[in-house]
Design a protein around this ligand. Structure first.
Ligand SMILES: [Mg+2]
Ligand SMILES: [Zn+2]
Length: 201
């Protein structure tokens, strides 16, 4: 049976949005994120990070920093009994920097490259999956890959929702205060599907 996943944007969804995480110290988990991911682990959803990190192409930090930051992320989560099943990133930018980082790649969201890689590696079914992110682009991306999409109001979320939602091509399936609430909503939706309310006699 195919696995279902919750695809997670990173900056502004899992950790504080600080522009670019160009140093380990700037990676700070948002409140309740570890609990949210632990819930996904418990209910056997694959928790998969998909993140654009064009700071590499822009020359703001070396690609090796992304690995260090992701080790820190896994470590902080592990301390609270949570883990990510996959972490996929794009270090490219189509116009900025020097090759190989400057390229029109297939992995920079909203291109589907990162998701395709995750689907292959983890045996995922996008139609049973969700995308959670703090930007309109994450919502569009979620629908594009055939998943449901949730906007979180952390990171850029509040401003995007307040000032830009009229310009969005697609609506989020849900708007949540933070990742924890997003995960609760997902489990509620799916619980309803698995256990339909009893029909009255
Ligand atoms: Mg983000
Ligand atoms: Zn890329």
């Amino acid at each position: 049976m195919a696995n279902r996943a919750v695809f997670l944007d990173r900056d502004g969804t899992i950790n504080e949005e600080v522009g670019y995480v160009n140093h380990m110290e700037r990676f700070v988990l948002l409140p309740r994120v570890a609990q949210a991911i632990r819930l996904l682990n418990q209910y056997e959803w694959k928790a998969v990070v998909v993140t654009n990190q064009s700071g590499v192409a822009r020359g703001y930090f070396p690609e090796s920093l992304i690995h260090e930051v992701h080790q820190k992320m896994q470590h902080l989560l592990k301390k609270e009994g949570a883990h990510l099943d996959g972490i996929y990133y794009c270090p490219h930018h189509p116009e900025i920097g020097v090759p190989p980082y400057r390229q029109k790649c297939r992995c920079r969201k909203p291109a589907p490259g990162l998701i395709e890689e995750a689907v292959r590696a983890l045996g995922l079914d996008c139609s049973q999956s969700y995308m959670v992110g703090d930007r309109g682009a994450d919502i569009e991306f979620g629908h594009q890959i055939g998943a449901k999409a949730i906007l979180v109001l952390t990171g850029y979320g509040k401003g995007e929702w307040e000032y830009f939602r009229d310009q969005w091509k697609v609506r989020p399936d849900h708007v949540a205060e933070d990742l924890f609430e997003a995960v609760q909503w997902i489990l509620q939706q799916e619980g309803r599907k698995d256990n339909p309310p009893p029909t009255p006699l």
